[in-house]
Design a binder for this molecule. Structure first.
Ligand code: PMP
Length: 348
C-alpha cells in the first residue's frame, strides 16, 4: 500500500518566521457584537470606509470555499497572486542561502520575487514541446531548494503541464510545490485544488484577474493545507485585502453565470482567432493553448510587433524569451479587437 505523504511545516518554515510573534490588530483581537468601536484609532465619520476591513476576509472566503470546494482554513487571499508568490519565498527560503526551482520560459515574477528576497532562482529549460524535462528538474533539486514553482497552463507558452509530471514532483520533492493556475478556467484540465488532501506540500494559486475579469481589483488566492495557510497569514500585512476589493470580489462571485458567459465568448473567439491566424502566410507556427492567449511564431517578431504598435495594437513581444524566438503572445480580446488585429496582420 502507498504510504500517505506527510509534510512537516515547522521543519521547512524559516526559523525566524516559526519563532516570531505576529502583529495582532484591533480587528483580530475583538470578535463579537458591539456598537461602539474605539479600539482602532479610526475616524468615526465617513462610514463605511472609515473602518479597517476584515483582516481575514471571512465572508469572501466563505463564498470562495463554496465555489472552489476548498475549506475556508485552506484559503489565503492576497493582493493579486503576486502577493502569495512573494510571501511563500519570504516564509520558506532563507535569503543568501536557500533557493527555489522553476522552469524556463514561465511567468517572470517567480524569478523577480526570488531576486528581491536574495533567494537563488534555478531555472530548467522546458523541452521543445514545452513540457518539463523531468530528469533535469529532479536533478536540479538539492538541499538548498525549498520551493518549486510550476505554472499550468503556462505563461507564455499556453500549454498545461503533464499531470503525471506534476504528481511526480509532488511525490518526490519533500518541500513545497506551488502550482500557479492563473489560467485554469480557460482549460479543460482539472485544477490541482482537488488534490490538496493527497499532497500536504501542495500550494495552488488562482486569481480573479483572468477569467473573472477583475485584474483591477487585485484579488489572488492560495489554496493549501491549513498549516501552510497559517504561515502565510502570520507574515502578511494585517489588512492586505482592502474593503473595496472584498466587496467587489463578493459581488462578482455571486454571479458566476456572468463569468461563464464571458468565458464562453472568449473560448469561442480563441478558436476563431486560431483558425484565422493559422491561415495567414505570416504565421509560421501556432502553439496550442489552454489559456486566454495564443503564442505564435511570426518570424520577424520585432518588426511585426512595431507595425502593430503603429496601428495602436499592443501584443506581447516574446522574441527574446527562451524557446520563443520569433514569437508574439496575443491575448484573446473581443470580436472587434481580434478583427482589428487580424486586419493589420493581413496587410503585413
Ligand atoms: N500567475 C501568472 C501565470 C500570470 O500570468 C499572472 C499575471 N500575468 C499572475 C500570476 C499574476 O496574477 P495577479 O493579477 O493575480 O497578481
Amino acid at each position: 500500500m502507498k504510504t500517505k505523504k506527510t509534510f512537516d511545516v515547522e521543519a521547512w518554515v524559516r526559523p525566524n518566521v516559526r519563532d516570531m510573534q505576529p502583529y495582532s490588530s484591533a480587528r483580530d483581537e475583538f470578535h463579537g457584537h458591539a456598537s461602539v468601536f474605539l479600539d482602532a484609532n479610526e475616524n468615526p465619520y465617513n462610514a463605511p470606509y472609515n473602518r479597517y476591513p476584515d483582516p481575514m476576509q471571512w465572508t469572501l472566503k466563505e463564498k470562495i470555499s463554496e465555489i472552489k470546494s476548498v475549506p475556508k482554513a485552506s484559503i489565503f487571499l492576497g493582493n493579486g497572486s503576486d502577493e502569495p508568490i512573494d510571501l511563500l519565498l519570504r516564509a520558506f527560503c532563507e535569503p543568501g542561502k536557500d533557493s527555489m526551482l522553476t522552469f524556463d520560459p514561465t511567468y517572470g515574477m517567480y524569478q523577480v520575487a526570488a531576486e528581491i528576497n536574495n533567494v537563488a532562482c534555478k531555472r530548467v529549460k522546458l523541452k521543445e514541446d514545452f513540457q518539463m524535462d523531468m530528469p533535469a528538474m529532479l536533478g536540479a533539486i538539492d538541499e538548498t531548494v525549498k520551493l518549486v514553482y510550476l505554472c499550468s497552463p503556462n505563461n507564455p507558452t499556453g500549454n498545461s503541464l503533464n499531470r503525471a509530471d506534476v504528481c511526480r514532483l509532488l511525490e518526490s520533492f519533500p518541500g513545497i510545490v506551488v502550482v500557479d493556475e492563473a489560467y485554469i478556467d480557460f482549460s479543460a484540465a482539472p485544477s490541482f485544488s482537488r488534490d490538496l488532501s493527497e499532497y500536504p506540500n501542495l500550494v495552488v494559486l488562482q486569481t480573479l484577474s483572468k477569467a473573472w475579469g477583475a485584474a483591477g481589483i487585485r484579488l489572488g488566492m492560495a489554496f493549501a493545507s491549513p498549516e501552510i495557510i497559517a504561515v502565510l497569514n502570520k507574515i502578511k500585512y494585517p489588512y492586505n485585502v482592502n474593503q473595496l476589493t472584498q466587496e467587489r470580489a463578493l459581488e462578482l462571485l455571486r454571479h458566476p453565470e456572468r463569468m461563464q458567459e464571458q468565458l464562453t465568448q472568449i473560448l469561442s473567439e480563441r478558436t476563431r482567432l486560431q483558425k484565422s491566424l493559422s491561415a495567414l502566410p505570416l504565421v509560421r507556427k501556432l502553439y496550442p493553448t489552454d489559456a486566454n492567449f495564443i503564442l505564435t511564431d511570426v518570424g520577424n517578431a520585432d518588426e511585426v510587433y512595431h507595425k502593430l504598435v503603429e496601428k495602436g495594437i499592443i501584443v506581447r513581444n516574446r522574441n527574446r524569451v527562451t524557446l520563443c524566438s520569433g514569437c508574439l503572445r496575443i491575448t484573446v480580446g473581443t470580436k472587434e479587437e481580434n478583427d482589428a488585429l487580424l486586419a493589420v496582420l493581413k496587410e503585413i
